[in-house]
Design a protein around this ligand. Structure first.
Ligand code: DX5
Ligand code: ZN
Length: 225
């Protein structure tokens, strides 16, 4: 049976002065997961928010919080984000000297563990830890900013991760993040994506409800094949 595809609105494109209301708006429009981008100004050239904001958001939504850590030495922050209420904690493969240890640390804290890959990082880099993770996040833009253009060579990476997971008989979520819009969601779902992170297209839409409905329709069509 095909895995359900979930939509994860990314609050990076939301109005930060009204973040709680924005999360509720995304939930009411049909978002399945709330994607939260954490940036440290080192691993990526931008800054966002920390665990205190995540803990506040946890109080306004019942949706799972998907915390994407774009930070150097992510181990320093795992405990705080777990306690803040993250359901998924994803670290970048490029930031970890000891990825396997980091992944175990995340799971010990009771979160689902994800590993993110920048566009230029090959999927083979995570082959050995695939047994121990719940999610792979394929970046389809270079991380740091919303509103960038989708990088097409991300699509074969999705299929490669899907194949690698099937080979070891594991149900791993395949999340795609960056540049997704009404025109390209079909292709990523057909390649095997199971979580679609969507920022600008959702939060900057004229009507968030209509846009989410069209996204869901296109995802449904793609799942039919
Ligand atoms: C980029 C972030 C994304 C971003 C996607 O570094 O990881 O989650 O919010 O935004 P859009 O959908 O606008 O490309
Ligand atoms: Zn992200």
């Amino acid at each position: 049976m095909k895995k359900m595809v979930k939509i994860a609105p990314s609050i990076l494109a939301a109005d930060f002065a009204r973040l709680g209301e924005e999360v509720i708006r995304a939930e009411k429009a049909g978002g399945d997961i709330i994607h939260v981008d954490i940036m440290d100004g080192h691993f990526v050239p931008n800054l966002t928010i920390g665990p205190a904001v995540v803990a506040s958001l946890k109080k306004v939504t019942s949706l799972p919080l998907d915390v994407h850590l774009m930070v150097e030495e992510p181990d320093r922050f795992i405990n705080d984000f777990a306690e803040a209420g993250a359901s998924y904690l994803t670290v970048h493969a490029e930031t970890g000297y000891h990825l396997e240890r980091t992944v175990n640390f995340i799971r010990e804290k009771g979160c689902k563990a994800g590993i993110a890959l920048n566009p230029a990082t090959p999927v083979e880099n995570i082959k050995l830890v695939l047994e121990e993770i719940d999610l792979v996040l394929i970046m389809s833009v270079n991380p740091g900013f919303g509103g960038q253009e989708f990088i097409p060579f991300s699509i074969p990476k999705i299929s490669q991760v899907k194949k690698m997971a099937e080979e070891i008989g594991r149900e791993i979520e395949i999340e795609v993040d960056g540049g997704l819009n009404l025109d390209n969601v079909r292709d990523v779902v057909m390649a095997g994506a199971t979580i679609l992170v969507i920022g600008t297209t959702v939060f900057k839409a004229k009507s968030i409800n209509e846009t989410m409905a069209v996204l869901k329709k296109r995802v449904g069509e793609a799942m039919q094949g």
